[in-house]
Design a protein around this ligand. Structure first.
Ligand SMILES: [Zn+2]
Length: 204
């Protein structure tokens, strides 16, 4: 059992399935059993692995974060073609500027899964993880990370960030972490940033 709210997991009733209400508690197996109305992507052995459904879900979470008063970032953790955890940015509502979507997801994952399990998981995220989150992915044991929008693209829109590519962090570690991205959904993910950052930074 674990609290939902502190980690930015929110109720999903927008077609991606459902979890539960804010503030209630979940069993990890309940998350695993979520029925999603999109086809799971083929994974092991799949010739044409499709990252899009999971990236679209991460992008939907980035919109949810924005609507909830936080920065527009979202992430999901996938095991064997199923979303097992979701998280969104909660830097403002959680009063912690390190509450990035990936950090929230990794902390949640670490409470319930060991690194051996996480080695077979993929973290999908709407925008390329910053250096902090890339480091957290490394230490978590997660085996693969896929992002839609690059940090470079985010920087062009928002003018923020550490400007360290995730590969610069992840490909120098002793443990191999596969990195995929940016993908063909980059502009779809960037659209949320164009909606949020100029207004947030007082530029319009
Ligand atoms: Zn981050």
């Amino acid at each position: 059992m674990f609290p939902v709210e502190p980690f930015g997991i929110r109720n999903q009733d927008d077609g991606f399935g459902q979890i539960t209400k804010l503030g209630s508690v979940l069993q990890p197996l309940e998350i695993l059993s979520i029925q999603r109305n999109i086809d799971p992507a083929p994974t092991l052995g799949g010739l044409m692995e499709n990252h899009e459904p999971f990236l679209r879900e991460a992008i939907a979470l980035s919109k949810s974060a924005m609507e909830n008063g936080d920065e527009p970032f979202g992430s999901v953790l996938v095991k064997d073609g199923q979303v097992i955890l979701r998280a969104e940015n909660s830097v403002f509502t959680g009063h912690d500027m390190t509450n990035h979507a990936e950090m929230n997801l990794i902390k949640l994952a670490a409470q319930h899964y060991d690194p051996a399990f996480l080695a077979d998981c993929t973290l999908y995220t709407s925008t390329e993880p910053c250096a902090m989150c890339s480091g957290a992915i490394y230490w978590s044991g997660i085996g693969r990370m896929v992002f839609a929008c690059s940090e470079t693209r985010l920087g062009e829109i928002a003018g923020i960030g550490l400007n360290v590519p995730s590969r610069a962090v992840l490909q120098t570690g002793a443990r191999a972490v596969t990195v995929v991205g940016p993908t063909n959904l980059e502009e779809e993910a960037a659209k949320v940033h164009r909606e949020f950052w100029p207004k947030h930074l007082g530029k319009i």
